[in-house]
Design a protein around this ligand. Structure first.
Ligand code: KIV
Length: 273
């Protein structure tokens, strides 16, 4: 396995992501939700750390991302920020904190920026949230967009299957992507859409397009940490590559510890005062 480690130790900024796209360097992005894991991800050389509202699933055990609150996201964002030195840190605005009222959206984004110290926010949707995006941007807060499968709308979609397979939805996504760029979003996540569509959007936009289940023709990739490290045994979508089997590794370690305690092998002479 060839390992590419970031040699540039400068802090990653939104501007540097645009430069990376311009020179064809792919952007690596992963979620993190706590201090310890964020430190490992940052030191590994990840370009972008997303404090995703997927924390609702993988940290809090909810079935959807809908229940997580702004206070929860701020808690996760604050923990991550204490560990990160290099990566750009993006915090998701959770469901219900930006959709209805652009003034409320701005208040939510300001809280995230002030209380966590993160670099920027991400939110889901296109034209329907354009007022909120414009107002947040007007306060100087960088916004990352998110189109395609937008999990906060799961109750509207009814399924987590691939989005924008039909012409009408694909055209809407293309229009929304151009709108987000025009409004001033610095980057865009495309989730679970056909690779050809994602490639087209990426080639038409100058801002970086980061894919999850959107193929190889985009400017970077994002995955949920628990999925790619193999902590989630039961989640195996086609787009997911597992880079470790930490579920098995942890279970083996935990069972070895239990056994050592039961057999009085632990602690030994050298492990006591
Ligand atoms: O919350 C999250 O983890 C996300 C990624 C799936 C892009 O939004």
């Amino acid at each position: 396995m060839s390992v590419h480690i970031a040699e540039d130790t400068r802090k990653v900024t939104t501007h540097r992501l645009t430069e990376m796209k311009a020179r064809g360097e792919k952007i690596s992005m992963l979620t993190a939700y706590d201090y310890t894991m964020a430190g490992i991800v940052d030191q590994a050389g990840m370009d972008v750390i997303l404090v995703g509202d997927s924390a609702s699933n993988v940290m809090a055990g909810n079935v959807t991302t809908l229940p997580i609150t702004l206070d929860h996201m701020i808690y996760h964002g604050t923990s991550v920020m204490k560990a990160v030195k290099r990566a750009l840190v993006v915090v998701d605005l959770p469901f219900g904190t930006y959709q209805g009222d652009s003034k409320e959206a701005l208040v939510s984004a300001i809280r995230v920026m002030k209380e966590t110290g993160a670099d920027c926010i991400k939110l889901e949707g296109g034209a329907e949230v354009s007022e909120s995006i414009a107002r947040i941007l007007s306060a100087g807060i960088p916004v990352m967009g998110h189109l395609g499968l937008t999990p906060q709308s799961i109750n509207k979609f009814g399924t987590y299957s691939v989005r924008a397979k039909e012409e009408k939805e694909a055209q809407q996504l293309i229009d929304d992507a151009h709108l987000l760029e025009k409004l001033g979003c610095f980057a865009l996540v495309l989730e679970k859409i056909p690779a050809a569509l994602a490639t087209r959007v990426s080639s038409e936009l100058t801002i970086p397009v980061i894919g999850i289940g959107a193929g190889a023709g985009v400017d970077g990739q994002v995955l949920v940490m628990h999925d790619m490290l193999g902590l989630n045994k039961g989640f195996s979508p086609k787009f997911l590559r597992r880079y470790a089997d930490l579920h098995t590794a942890m279970t083996d370690a935990l069972q070895a510890y239990i056994s050592d305690v039961k057999t009085q092998d632990f602690p030994n002479q050298n492990e006591q005062y």
